[in-house]
Write a protein of this length. Structure first.
Lengths: 338, 634, 315
C-alpha cells in the first residue's frame, strides 16, 4: 500500500483546563483523544457519531482551524503543522472545508463574486481575465446560473447556498475536502441534490472526501469506508458494506438499531439512560461501558484499543467483547421500552 | 442607501427629528453671515432686556449681550464639541472593541480589564477628575467626555465583534487565504459598521448634554467664549429676576438633543432588519382570527376527536401576504396518531400552532376554516375558554426543549405550575404529582431532577420533561411539533418508544409533526403529507409508504437514503418549492413534477378519495388507471 | 452561592487597587507643584522643601503610591487645604447627603422606569405605548440641570410647594419631614433621565423575551396572560436589566453633581465642583475615590443579585 493521503496518529485536542485565580483548577475536556486514522487517496471516509463525540473538532483540526494538543497529522508524508508554519496557505491549497450551516458560512454583506474570488486571489494568485474565467467555471461546476454571482447570500435557498459553499471550497483546487455535516441543515429533497453533486464532483476532480455526519444512512450512501466515533475516540472502522453487514462494537449496533427507516422494521430503543459520561470526569475504561449491555469488569478499567478484529481483515473495533455475526433488526419486536 | 433614506423618511418622528436637526445645523452654519450683534459685545446699559425687545429678539443677558447671537454661536460650539467628542470616542472605542473581540484571549483580557477599570467610575465623576487635572476649558471638557465614553463603545462593539468572529464565514475567509488584517477590514468591519453608526447616533445627543453639563458647572467653555451650557450656567444666577436668560439656552439644548435622538432612533430602526420583518413585535397571547365566513361543520367528522376543515393561516408582513397554511383539512380519532409530514416551509408547524391559536400574531392571521375539538369550533371560542383548553384537553410538545422550557425555573416548579393551572390542588400534592410524572416519563431519580434547572439536564432528559408537562393534565390530544428533531438517534429512539407507551397506557391521541419519513413509519397510524401549505396526500402510513399516490410523496420517499441499502441511491427532486407569497395556480408541485401536464396548472385541485381511506390532491394519481373525475371532493 | 460571593468579593480587590492607581496617577499628572499651590507664591524655598518632604513628594512615584495607599487604608485621605480639615471627615459628611439624594432617586427611576417599560411593551403600538415613548424621549433629551431650574421656577417660586434649595430649612429644620420636603424636587429631577433609559430598555427587553419559545410554552400550558408577562417574561427581563440598573446608578451618582449644584444640596457632587474650582486637589481625590469605591461595591451587589436570580451563570 502506498502512503495514505492523510495519516493521523494519536491526535488529541483538549479544551479548557488550567488554573484559576480563586477556586479549584479547571479540569480539561478531551474533545478528541488518541485518534489513529488513515485516509487513502480517492477514498470517501465517512465519520459518524452523535453530538459531542468530537467529529467536528476532528474536522477543524484537519483543516487547520484548530491546533492539536497532541499527536500528528501527516498529509502525503508531510507534517501538517510544519506545512502550516512554512506557508500559511499551503494547507488551504490542499485541504478545504465545507461547513454545516450554508448560510452562516457566507458573509451576509458580500456578493457571491467576492466570496468566491477570495480563495482564487489569495490561494491561487489569479487576477483579471483568469479570475473571471475561473469564477464562471466554478458557478457552472456547482450548477448555479452565472448571473447569480452578483447576488448576496440572503437571496439564496439553503441548497443553493450550500452549493456556493462547495464552490468556495473547490476554488482553492484542493485534493481533500472535509465535509462537516454538509447536508444536515437541508431538507431531504435538497439533501439528495447536494449528495448527487458531491458524488459527481468527486469523480470529476479526483477528490478525496472526509464526510462527517450524524446520519448513518447518508454516510452509507456516499462513503466507501466508515469510522464511528464515541466520546472523542474512534470505536470502529471498516469498509462500508462490512460495517453495515456485521457491526462489531455494541455502540455501532445501538446506533443502527435506533435509526428509523421509512417503511422499515421497528427500531429498538436502548434500555436505561442514553447519556454520555460527564466529560469532566470520564470513566477510566471504555466510555460506552456504562451504557453497554455486554460490559464486563475489564471494560470498566481499561480503555480498549482500536484493533483488527481478525488479523489481516480490514475491520477494526475498540472493544474487548465485540459482537459477531451479521446485523439485522429483529422485525418482530415492536418499538417499546421493555 | 436610497432605501435607507426612504425608511427614515417613512418614520414620521425620525423625519421630524431629521428636519429639525437639519434646520438647526443650517442656521448655525450660516451664523457668521447673519446680521447679528457681536455675541461678546457688552452693553451694560441694555442689561437683562426681556425677549422681543427692540433690536434684541431674545433679549439680553446680565452684561447686555444679545442672547440670540450668543445662542446661535453657542449652539455652533456645543454641536461641534459634542460631535467631535463622539467621533473620538467612537473611533478609539470601536478600535479597542474590534481588536479585543476579534483576537480574544489575552489581548481581549488586557484591553477589557482596562475598560472595566474606567467603567468602575461613575460616569461624570471620571470626567470631573480629568477636567480637574487638565484644568477647566472647552477642549479639556471635550477630551474628558470622549474618554469617558470610550468604554461604552468598546464594550458594545466588542460584544458584536465576538458574535461575528465566531461565525462560520470568518472561518471560511481564513480558509480562503485571508490574513487577520484582511479579515478585520473586509469581513468584520462591514458587519460591525452599522452597529457603530447606531451606537454613535444614540450617543451624540448624550455627549452634547454632558459637555453642556461641564460648561454649566463652569468647567467647560470659559468666558468670553460661550456654549449653551455656560450660557445656562450664567443664567442660573438670575433665574428668578430674568428667567429667559436660562430658559432659552436650555430649550435649545433640549431641541438639539431631542432631534438627534429622534433621528438616532430612526437610524437604528432602519438599520435593524428585524423591525421590518415584524420580528420585533410582541406576539399576542392568541392568534388573530379574521375568517371571511363561518364554515359549517362537516358531518363526516362527527366521531372525530379533532377535526380541522379548510384551515388557512397567513403571515402578513408589510404589504405581502404569505399563505403558510392554505386550506388544510384532516381529522384525528381518539387514541390515533396522525403524522403531519413535510419539508421546511410546508406549513406543518404553523398548522399545529394554529389549532390553539399559538401562531405568533402579528404577523400570523387565521383567515378561514374550522378547528373542532369534540364538535366545538375552537376558532369561535372566547379567549378565556381557549386558555382553559390549552394544556388540559390539548397539550403541546415542542421541538427544542432547551428553548421551550423556562430557563430560570426549576423543572419541578414548571410542572407544578402546569398542574395547578387546571387542577385545584395544594402545592404539596402538585409536587408529588410532578415527581410521579417525571417518573412516568422514565426520568431516573425524579425527586432530585425536579429540583434542577433545564440547563442542568441533557437534551433527552429535557424533552422527557417537556412530555411530562404535556401529560400533566391527562389531555385527550398531544400535539408534538418535531419533538425528536433536535435529538440524537439513540435518544430519539427512546423518546419515540416513550410516546408509543404513553399512548397505549393513557389512550391519548397524538398529532405528530415531523420531516422524517423514518420516524413517521415508526409511530404514526396515519400520515398526511404537506406541500406548500396544503395536504397533498393522506391515508394509513403503511399503504402510503408502500404505494404513494401523489408524485410528490413518491419523489420525497425516494429522496431518503435507506439504511442498509447502499445501492439504493437517493434521487433528488429538481427545483425548489414555490414561495408562499406567490403560490401558483393549480398544483403547487407541478413545476417540479415530471408527470405534470397543462391541466395540473389550472384551477383548484381538490383532495380526492382514491381508496376507501385515502385521499390525494392530484389529477393523475399514481397507480390508478383513470380516477373517477367525480371522485368524492371536499 | 456563598462561594461565588466570596470569589466576586476577592475579585473586586484588584479593581479597587486599579481604581486607586488611576486616581493617584491622574492626580500626580497635574502640572505644577502641589507644595507651591498649598503655600502660595510667597513661600520660602525652605518651607517648600519641608512641605514636599512632609507630603512625600521627594520619593519616587511608585513609592509615593504605596505610601499614599497605606495612608488611605488607615483612613487618612489627607487634609483639605481650603477647608483646613481632614478630607475623610468632609467627604463622609457630604457623601451621606448624596447617598440620600441618589438613593431615593434610583428607587424612583427604577420603579417608574420598569413599570413604564412593562406597560409600554405589553401595549406595544397602543395608545399608552405612544405616550410613554414620547415621555421617555423627552426624559432622555432634557438636560437635568435645566429641568431642575424649571422645577424650581414652577414648584418653588411659582406654586411654593417645595423649598428651592438646601437639604434642611435654615431655622428649626432637620426633621425627617423637613428633609423629605427638601428632597422631593431634586430627587425627581435627578430620576428623570435614568427613568427614561430604564423604561426604554425594559420595553425592548420585555419585547425580546416575549418572543421566546418558553413564553409560547407558558401560553400552551394555559397560563393567564398576567402570569405569563409578570412571572415568566419579567423574571428573565429583570435578570437582563440588573446590569443596566448598575450602569444607571453610575449615571445617577454622576448626575447628582448637576442637581446638587442647582438645588444647593450639600452633597459630594457640589463639593467636588467647588474643590475643582479652588484646585483643592486632595479633596477632589478623596471624593472621587470614595464615590468610585462605593459604586464598585454597588455593582458587586447587582452582580450577586443577578447570579442569585439566574442559575445559568456559573461561577
Amino acid at each position: 500500500m502506498s502512503t495514505p493521503l492523510l495519516d493521523i496518529r494519536g491526535l488529541t485536542r483538549t479544551f479548557g483546563g488550567g488554573r484559576r485565580w480563586f477556586g479549584p483548577d479547571r479540569a480539561g475536556v478531551h474533545a478528541v483523544q488518541g485518534i489513529n486514522l488513515d485516509v487513502a487517496r480517492g477514498d470517501t471516509l465517512g465519520i459518524v457519531g452523535e453530538s459531542g463525540c468530537g467529529k467536528s473538532t476532528l474536522a477543524r483540526l484537519l483543516v487547520g482551524l484548530d491546533t492539536p494538543s497532541g499527536g500528528t497529522i501527516h498529509y502525503a508524508g508531510d507534517d501538517l503543522q510544519q506545512l502550516r508554519a512554512q506557508d500559511r496557505h499551503a494547507l488551504a491549497r490542499r485541504i478545504q472545508y465545507v461547513f454545516q450551516d450554508p448560510l452562516s458560512s457566507l458573509n451576509p454583506r458580500k456578493r457571491i463574486r467576492d466570496i468566491l474570488a477570495a480563495p482564487l486571489r489569495y490561494l491561487r494568485g489569479l487576477e483579471g481575465q483568469a479570475l473571471e474565467y475561473r469564477l464562471g467555471e466554478l458557478m457552472e461546476v456547482v450548477n448555479l446560473r452565472p448571473e447569480f454571482i452578483a447576488r448576496y447570500p440572503h437571496e439564496f435557498s439553503g441548497g443553493q447556498a450550500q452549493r456556493i459553499g462547495i464552490a468556495r471550497a473547490l476554488a482553492a483546487d484542493p485534493e481533500l475536502l472535509v465535509l462537516d455535516e454538509p447536508v444536515s441543515a437541508l431538507d431531504v429533497s435538497i439533501q439528495a441534490q447536494v449528495l448527487q453533486l458531491l458524488r459527481r464532483l468527486k469523480a470529476e476532480f479526483d477528490l478525496t472526501y472526509l464526510f462527517i455526519s450524524h446520519d448513518l444512512s447518508v454516510v452509507e450512501t456516499i462513503s466507501n469506508r466508515i469510522a464511528v466515533m464515541y466520546f472523542g475516540r474512534l470505536i470502529e472502522q471498516a469498509p462500508t458494506r462490512q460495517l453495515f453487514h456485521a457491526p462489531a462494537h455494541p455502540y455501532t449496533r445501538v446506533l443502527l438499531d435506533s435509526a428509523p427507516i421509512p417503511g422499515g422494521p421497528p427500531i429498538k430503543a436502548e434500555e436505561g439512560e442514553a447519556e454520555l459520561p460527564d466529560p469532566l470526569s470520564p470513566p477510566p475504561g471504555c466510555a460506552f461501558a456504562p451504557r453497554c449491555p455486554r460490559a464486563q469488569d475489564d471494560c470498566r478499567h481499561t480503555v480498549p484499543p482500536l484493533d483488527n478484529l481478525v488479523a489481516g481483515k480490514d475491520h477494526l473495533a475498540a472493544c474487548f467483547h465485540p459482537i459477531e455475526g451479521p446485523w439485522q433488526r429483529i422485525a418482530t419486536q415492536s418499538a417499546q421500552e421493555r | 442607501m436610497m432605501t435607507f433614506i426612504t425608511l427614515i423618511a417613512r418614520n414620521r418622528l425620525a423625519a421630524f427629528g431629521g428636519v429639525m436637526l437639519l434646520l438647526i445645523v443650517l442656521l448655525v452654519l450660516i451664523t457668521p453671515w447673519l446680521p447679528l450683534a457681536d455675541p461678546n459685545i457688552t452693553e451694560t446699559a441694555n442689561r437683562l432686556m426681556p425677549p422681543l425687545s427692540d433690536g434684541h429678539p431674545l433679549g439680553t443677558d446680565a452684561l447686555g449681550r444679545d442672547i440670540l447671537s450668543r445662542l446661535l454661536w453657542g449652539t455652533r460650539i456645543s454641536l461641534a464639541v459634542g460631535v467631535a467628542a463622539s467621533l473620538v470616542a467612537a473611533l478609539i472605542g470601536s478600535m479597542i472593541g474590534i481588536v479585543a473581540g476579534y483576537f480574544g484571549g489575552r489581548t481581549d483580557n488586557t484591553l477589557m480589564r482596562g475598560i472595566d477599570m474606567l467603567m468602575a467610575f461613575p460616569y461624570i465623576l471620571l470626567a470631573l477628575a480629568i477636567v480637574a487635572v487638565l484644568g477647566p476649558g472647552l477642549m479639556n471638557a471635550l477630551y474628558a467626555i470622549a474618554i469617558v465614553n470610550i468604554p461604552f463603545f468598546a464594550r458594545n462593539i466588542r460584544g458584536v465583534t465576538v458574535g461575528i468572529a465566531h461565525r462560520e464565514f470568518i472561518d471560511a475567509a481564513r480558509l480562503s487565504g485571508k490574513g487577520n488584517l484582511r479579515i478585520l477590514a473586509s469581513e468584520i468591519l462591514p458587519n460591525v459598521l452599522p452597529v457603530i453608526v447606531i451606537t454613535m447616533s444614540t450617543t451624540v445627543g448624550w455627549m452634547i448634554l454632558e459637555t453642556a453639563g461641564l460648561s454649566f458647572l463652569g468647567l467647560g467653555a470659559q468666558p468670553p467664549q460661550a456654549d449653551l451650557g455656560s450660557m445656562l450656567g450664567e443664567g442660573r444666577k438670575m433665574m428668578l429676576n430674568a428667567p429667559h436668560v436660562a430658559t432659552v439656552p436650555g430649550l435649545m439644548i433640549f431641541l438639539v438633543v431631542m432631534s438627534i435622538n429622534l433621528l438616532g432612533d430612526g437610524i437604528r430602526d432602519a438599520l435593524d432588519p428585524r423591525l421590518k420583518s415584524g420580528a420585533l413585535s410582541r406576539p399576542a397571547p392568541f392568534t388573530r382570527i379574521r375568517r371571511r365566513h363561518k364554515p359549517l361543520p362537516d358531518p363526516t367528522n362527527d366521531d372525530a376527536l379533532l377535526s380541522v376543515e379548510n384551515l388557512q393561516t397567513d403571515f402578513e408582513v408589510g404589504h405581502d401576504t404569505y399563505q403558510a397554511v392554505n386550506g388544510v383539512s384532516f381529522a384525528i380519532q381518539p387514541n390515533e396518531c396522525l403524522g403531519l409530514v413535510g419539508e421546511s416551509g410546508s406549513g406543518k408547524s404553523v398548522t399545529a400552532l394554529s389549532l390553539l391559536g399559538l401562531v405568533a400574531s402579528p404577523p400570523g392571521v387565521i383567515t378561514d376554516g374550522r378547528v373542532a375539538l369534540a364538535g366545538r369550533d375552537l376558532l369561535d371560542l372566547p379567549h378565556g375558554d381557549i386558555r382553559r383548553l390549552r394544556g388540559r384537553d390539548v397539550s403541546y410538545v415542542f421541538q427544542d426543549p432547551l428553548a421551550t422550557l423556562h430557563p430560570l425555573f426549576r423543572v419541578g416548579d414548571q410542572l407544578v405550575e402546569a398542574i395547578r393551572q387546571h387542577q385545584p390542588m395544594s402545592r404539596a400534592d402538585a409536587r408529588t404529582r410532578a415527581v410521579s410524572l417525571l417518573g412516568q416519563v422514565r426520568i431516573p431519580n425524579p425527586a432530585h431532577r425536579a429540583e434542577q434547572y433545564p440547563h442542568e439536564l441533557s437534551g433527552g432528559m429535557r424533552q422527557r420533561v417537556g412530555i411530562a408537562m404535556a401529560l400533566a393534565n391527562d389531555p385527550q390530544l398531544i400535539i408534538a411539533d418535531e419533538p425528536t428533531t433536535a435529538l440524537d438517534v439513540t435518544v430519539q429512539a427512546q423518546i419515540l418508544a416513550l410516546i408509543q407507551n404513553l399512548r397505549r397506557e393513557k389512550g391519548t391521541a397524538v398529532l405528530f409533526i415531523t420531516h422524517d419519513f423514518g420516524v413517521v413509519s415508526q409511530i404514526c397510524d396515519r400520515v398526511a403529507v404537506m406541500y406548500a401549505g396544503r395536504i397533498v396526500e393522506i391515508g394509513p402510513t403503511k399503504t402510503i409508504l408502500e404505494t404513494p399516490r401523489h408524485p410528490y410523496t413518491r419523489r420525497l420517499i425516494d429522496c431518503v437514503p435507506r439504511l442498509g441499502e447502499p445501492d439504493n441511491e437517493p434521487v433528488a427532486i429538481p427545483g425548489l418549492p414555490p414561495a408562499a407569497d406567490a403560490l401558483p395556480e393549480g398544483c403547487a408541485f407541478a413545476e417540479r413534477c415530471d408527470l405534470a401536464e397543462d391541466a395540473c396548472r389550472q384551477g383548484n385541485i381538490e383532495l380526492i378519495a382514491t381508496d376507501t381511506d385515502r385521499q390525494v390532491r392530484c389529477i393523475k394519481p399514481l397507480g390508478i388507471p383513470t380516477p373517477s373525475p367525480q371522485g368524492v371532493t371536499r | 452561592m456563598f462561594r461565588y460571593a466570596l470569589r466576586r468579593l476577592l475579585l473586586t480587590v484588584p479593581v479597587l487597587l486599579g481604581l486607586s492607581l488611576i486616581v493617584f496617577l491622574i492626580m500626580s499628572l497635574i502640572p505644577g507643584d502641589p507644595a507651591q499651590a498649598i503655600l502660595g507664591s510667597y513661600a520660602t524655598p525652605e518651607n517648600l522643601e519641608r512641605l514636599r518632604a512632609d507630603l512625600g513628594l521627594d520619593l519616587p512615584l511608585p513609592q509615593q503610591y504605596l505610601v499614599w495607599l497605606g495612608n488611605i487604608l488607615q483612613g487618612d485621605l489627607g487634609r483639605s487645604y481650603a477647608l483646613n480639615r481632614p478630607v475623610l471627615d468632609e467627604v463622609l459628611e457630604r457623601f451621606g447627603a448624596t447617598l440620600l439624594l441618589a438613593g431615593s432617586s434610583l428607587v424612583i427611576c427604577i420603579l417608574i422606569g420598569v413599570a413604564a417599560g412593562i406597560v409600554s411593551a405589553v401595549r406595544q403600538y397602543g395608545w399608552s405605548d405612544r405616550v410613554i415613548t414620547l415621555l421617555v424621549l423627552i426624559g432622555i433629551s432634557v438636560p437635568a440641570f435645566w429641568l431642575g431650574m424649571l422645577m424650581i421656577m414652577a414648584f418653588s417660586v411659582g406654586l411654593r410647594w417645595f423649598p428651592a434649595s438646601g437639604m434642611t430649612a435654615a431655622y428649626g429644620g432637620g426633621g425627617l419631614l423637613d428633609i423629605l420636603n427638601h428632597l422631593v424636587l431634586p430627587a425627581i429631577a435627578l430620576a428623570v433621565v435614568a427613568a427614561g433609559v430604564i423604561a426604554r430598555l425594559t420595553r425592548s427587553n420585555m419585547l425580546e423575551v416575549l418572543r421566546q419559545d418558553y413564553i409560547r410554552t407558558a401560553r400552551a400550558k394555559g397560563l393567564g396572560e398576567g402570569r405569563v408577562v409578570m412571572r415568566h417574561a419579567f423574571k428573565v427581563a429583570l435578570v437582563n436589566l440588573i446590569p443596566v440598573i448598575g450602569v444607571q446608578a453610575g449615571f445617577v451618582i454622576g448626575g447628582a453633581v448637576y442637581i446638587e449644584t442647582v438645588f444647593q444640596w450639600p452633597g459630594i457632587g457640589r463639593m467636588l465642583v467647588n474643590a475643582i474650582s479652588t484646585r483643592d486637589l486632595m479633596l477632589v481625590q478623596g471624593g472621587v475615590l470614595v464615590v468610585a469605591a462605593s459604586y464598585v461595591l454597588f455593582n458587586l451587589l447587582a452582580d450577586l443579585l443577578q447570579h442569585w436570580l439566574d442559575p445559568r451563570i456559573q461561577a
